[in-house]
Every structure is written in C-alpha cells, then in structure tokens.
Ligand binder design. Structure first.
Ligand code: FAD
Length: 396
C-alpha cells in the first residue's frame, strides 16, 4: 500500500551507519520508520562491510550518537586517539596532540561493531529493519519501491510516502532519482587508492605500539596510517598513487604506486625501504597485501539532493569524500540530526528536504575540500620542520 506524505512515515534505504542513526532519531520523534538493507543482518552472520575496518569518530558524530541514545554503547568499544604519532624515516617518532588535553581528542571505532550497536538501538527504538532487500527500482508516480533479494534474485515491492537514500556512495536511490531530473552529479577520482593491513597484538596480548594515537608514516607523495582497535590490533592503511609518478630531476627514483607495487614481495620491499619500523609489526604483510581489496578514493558532488517530496539523499549517497579528514561518517551523522529536525519543523516535506539541502550542502562541500587538502598535510607536511616548529609554538 502506498503511504501518503501526511503519514509521518519514512522509508530509509540502507541500514549502514547513517541509515541506522536516522531511523533511531526519527522513531524517537514519533515517526514510523521502515529500513531496507541490501546485505544480510550483520548481527546474524557477521559484518561484510568490505572497507575501512575502523573509523575516527569526532565530537560532530558523537553529538548525533548522544541524541540517538547510542553514545555510551559506542564509547564502550572506542579507543581514544590523543593526536598524531608521526613516524619519521629514521625511526624517530613524535606525538602531535590534537588539543591541549584529553577533552580534545578523537576516537577509533570498529565499523562492524558500530553498525551492530546502531542496528540494535534502532530496532529497540521501534524501527522495522528488512535485510537482503536491495533497492532495484522506484516508481515515483505511484510511490512504489522495488527490492531484490541478492540471495535468490526474488523481487519485492513496498509503498512509501518518502524515501531517504542512506545507501552509500554507489546509491541506487540516487540512480533512480537521476532518471526523473538532473542532479548535477560528478565524481572526481583522487588518483590514489588504499590497502588495509593488520598489526596484531604483541606476544603478551597488549598493543604493539602506542594505543592512544593515530599513527602516520608520511612519505611525501604517499603514506601509511594506523588506527587502534579495542581488541588490541591496529588497522594499517597504505595510501599510494594508482600510477607511478616520476620524481622531478630523478627519473630513476620513481614514487611507488599500486602499478609498481603489485605483489606481497613488492610490498615487503617498499616497507623495508620506507616503513622499516612498521614492517616487523605486520607479520602477514604479504598475505594482507595480496588478499585485501585495493579501495578507490573519490569525491562525489551533487547539486541537488532531493526530488520534491518523494526522495532525499544523505551521507555518502549525497557527498562521498576522501577519508583524510576522518569526517565522512561524522558528517553523515550530522546530516541525520539536521534532516530529523527539518522533518519535524515543516509539515511540507518538499520544503523540509529543500531546507535540509540548503543547510547541509555547503557544509558538505567545505568538508570535502578540507578532506582533499588534508591528504597533502598528512602525507607531506606533518614531518616538516617548519610545521613542527609552528605547532610547538601554538602549544607552548
Ligand atoms: P555506508 O556506510 O556506505 O552505508 C550504506 C549502506 O547502504 C550499507 O549498509 C549498504 O549495504 C547499503 N546499501 C547499498 N546499496 C543499497 C541498496 N541498493 N539497497 C539497500 N541498501 C543498500 N569517516 C569518518 O568519519 N571517519 C573516518 O576515520 C573514516 N575513515 C574512512 C576510511 C576509508 C578507507 C573510507 C573508504 C571511508 C572512511 N570514512 C570515514 C567515511 C565513512 O566510511 C563514510 O562516510 C560512512 O560510511 C558513510 O555512511 P553512510 O551510512 O552514508 O554509507
């Protein structure tokens, strides 16, 4: 049965990070919420996320988690990161604090655990969650959404009053909306990709390196980072250009890339040369490098996030960004708070969606630009003498 836009009913596509938080916020405000997720329930069969094992959670994201009643449960598994631990080529390290004290820190959270916590909270609040339901088409005129079960290809239909696209960077709802009108969509690929590796706990079961820091190995045009996990491992992310870049004046000494570092043996040679202090910490380097996928990095720009009162996009579906400011999820959580507030403030949904876009689109653009700039800072400036001096003065 189609719903009427007067129903205070919302259908959310995607039960990832933003979908689960938005569902909770809306149910708490008295909305009736259905959430459709393409994957299986991660609480039954384990998380099959396939990218970025952990994430930096900042105050912007925690604000939304507090409103959703999820902050305590999330923080129980979060690891504090006080600052950046810079690993120089010669093995020296330097902790650059984010703020003056532990009131200004960020937190490392495990994506799979976070998603499970948020789903539990959404369901307990009263949201109806449907798994193995991938949005495959939308009849906007009759307000019917079509879903496909990836297990057997079967088709299912559900009526909706309005759809919210929390279905990530490859949003199927965005594709459906684009058939109804120009969204002004463009994707800019960074030309650099990433590979995840793991630092296991040390022999006595403790963290192998300082746990309360975001570790960075800046190397000019490329870098490694490592974030701690509560089970005392670290997830290392190696960022490299996709193709070899010639070094000015030294053609024989090219910047490594995923085109030249292809095998586990190549990866070991790179680590021996450029990340020597990290190498003994990653015993399964060759295995991780050859078995983990290489992730692409891109920025998604959209000029229009909604289709009158039928549908609206948020989170990565509206504004995917490169991960160098650690703000994609945090920004998606801020979107959830803003959309819930606009939906409550305006009876007219098209006006609420338009007000949501007017508030959030400029913010998303600003964070997208900062995320691109921060790649340069992280890989090239945090070990720079002038930069270190400037930070020392700021904190003196
Ligand atoms: P997603 O988390 O992608 O969730 C989308 C959901 O929709 C998924 O569950 C998916 O299965 C589902 N779905 C997809 N298609 C369909 C369909 N057709 N029908 C139904 N469901 C569907 N952000 C930070 O804030 N801090 C960080 O430190 C950070 N680090 C990152 C590191 C890397 C390497 C990457 C790639 C990203 C990082 N991000 C970080 C960004 C963050 O991952 C995203 O911004 C965040 O996941 C966006 O949440 P979302 O809910 O919009 O999308």
């Amino acid at each position: 049965m189609p719903h009427s836009p007067n129903d205070r009913h919302i259908t959310i596509i995607g039960a990832g990070l933003a979908g689960a938080v938005l569902a909770t916020l809306l149910v708490k405000r008295g909305w009736s919420v259905d959430v459709y997720e393409k994957r299986g329930d991660p609480r039954l069969k384990g998380y099959e996320g396939g990218r970025s094992i952990n994430l930096a959670l900042a105050e912007r994201g925690r604000h939304a988690l507090r409103l959703a009643g999820a902050d305590d449960a999330v923080m129980a598994q979060a690891v504090m990161m006080r600052g950046r631990m810079v690993h120089f080529l010669d093995g020296r390290t330097d902790l650059q604090r984010y703020g003056r004290d532990d009131s200004e820190v960020i937190w490392s959270v495990h994506r799979g655990e976070l998603n499970v916590i948020l789903l539990d909270i959404a369901e307990r609040a009263g949201a109806r969650l449907y798994f193995n339901r991938g949005l495959s088409g939308v009849a906007f005129d009759t307000r019917l959404a079509r879903f496909t079960d990836p297990r057997d290809g079967s088709s299912h239909e559900a009526g909706f009053a309005s759809l919210v696209g929390a279905d990530g960077a490859g949003s199927a709802l965005r594709t459906a909306m684009a058939t109804q009108g120009e969204l002004g969509e463009r994707t800019e690929f960074l030309g650099h990709s990433y590979k995840e590796l793991e630092i296991p706990p040390s022999a006595d079961g403790s963290f192998s390196i300082e746990p309360n820091a975001l570790h960075i190995w800046p190397r000019g045009r490329y870098m490694c980072i490592a974030l701690p996990n509560d089970e005392r491992t670290f997830t290392v992310t190696l960022f490299l250009p996709n193709d070899d870049l010639p070094n000015e004046g030294q053609p024989q000494n090219r910047t490594p890339s995923f085109a030249s570092v292809r095998t586990g043996v190549d990866a070991r040679a790179l680590f021996e040369r450029d990340f020597a202090d990290a190498l003994p910490l990653i015993p399964k380097l060759e295995h991780d490098f050859e078995h983990n996928p290489t992730g692409l990095l891109a920025t998604l720009y959209l000029d229009r996030w909604h289709l009158d009162d039928h549908a609206v996009l948020l989170g990565d579906a509206a504004h995917a960004m490169v991960p160098f400011h650690g703000q994609g999820m945090n920004c998606a959580f801020e979107d959830c708070v803003a959309l819930a507030e606009h939906l409550d403030a305006q009876h007219d949904r098209a006006a609420a969606f338009a007000a949501f876009q007017a508030e959030r689109l400029p913010n998303a653009r600003a964070i997208q630009a900062m995320a691109l700039e921060n790649y340069l800072e992280m890989r090239d400036r945090v070990d720079d003498d002038d930069y270190l001096l400037q930070r020392a003065l700021e904190h003196s």
